[in-house]
Design a protein around this ligand. Structure first.
Ligand SMILES: [Zn+2]
Length: 281
């Protein structure tokens, strides 16, 4: 199976230029009584741009459901008042109490070597977890993307939408109310950036990885370095493979925990680190 081209592309950089302050929000009241059972974490897809076919739409829904099923902590309802284009010029105005994570899936023309990109928009106060997010799907070539590759791509991008690889730097960790978070996820030594937050680091060690000073990342600091963690859903460009849904390993599940999500640890896929060769089957 040949390595994929660098299809997953950029994801986090947009956060730095976003107009956080253009969005005003207050916490919605009535989060739920103490006796109320927590709602399952759900993700609502809102589509923009070119229409998806019914089959593509079904694949997108399957991908977000796969990721949502990992999360066991509830979404805290929050009032959002965001102007059109406040997060990204593709987005409409948003004036509502958001009750579950909203992901806008925008089918639009991207660079030829990119399938998709993604980034969270506003973040909750206190928890710094996303309220809504944007995934851009490249309209060029989408019709030729196999179902399994679209599924793999959308699971990958949905993880970015949740903050994996996109909320690892201080400049991205600013809440809708303007709070800044100082959680440290990354450490750069020489020319390599390492992931250092504790849960994923422990998962990496449990898989036999030598996690000093951390888990090596791709140069974009948003994916596991493809030669260290290959054939995984968040592997970087040297280690991602097409023609299959790459495993969502305990490593990526633990990265969700590092962001503050509670997760179903039984939901991870079996995974082994590479022993000198990729892909890992
Ligand atoms: Zn990515």
């Amino acid at each position: 199976m040949p390595p994929a081209h660098p299809a997953r592309g950029p994801h986090g950089f947009r956060l730095a230029v976003r107009g956080w302050l253009l969005a005003l929000a207050v916490l919605g009241g009535g989060v739920g009584g103490a006796a109320a059972a927590p709602a399952p974490f759900t993700i609502e897809v809102r589509t923009l741009g070119r229409a998806l076919t019914p089959a593509q739409r079904a694949t997108v829904e399957r991908a977000v459901a796969r990721v949502a099923a990992l999360i066991t902590s509830p979404f805290e309802p929050v009032r959002v008042d965001a102007d059109a284009g406040a997060c990204d010029r593709a987005l409409p105005a948003l004036h509502e109490t958001v009750r579950h994570l909203v992901i806008y899936v925008n089918v639009t023309k991207l660079d030829d070597d990119v399938y998709a990109d993604a980034a969270p928009c506003d973040l909750h106060d206190r928890t710094f977890l996303p309220i809504y997010a944007l995934i851009n799907l490249n309209s060029a070539g989408l019709a030729d993307l196999s179902r399994v590759d679209l599924l793999d791509t959308m699971i990958h991008e949905t993880l970015h939408a949740l903050g994996v690889g996109t909320l690892w730097t201080a400049d991205t960790r600013v809440s809708i109310g303007g709070e800044q978070d100082d959680t440290v996820f990354l450490r750069t030594v020489g020319r390599t950036t390492y992931y250092t937050a504790p849960r994923a680091l422990a998962a990496y060690r449990a898989l036999g990885g030598r996690a000093r000073p951390g888990i090596p990342l791709d140069p974009d600091a948003g994916h596991w370095a493809g030669n260290s963690v290959c054939s995984e859903i968040l592997s970087g460009t040297a280690g991602e493979y097409t023609g299959r849904v790459n495993p969502l390993s305990p490593l990526t599940l633990a990265a969700l925990q590092d962001l503050g999500y509670h997760v179903n640890t039984a939901a991870a896929s079996p995974f082994r680190l590479p022993q000198g060769a990729c892909p890992v089957e």
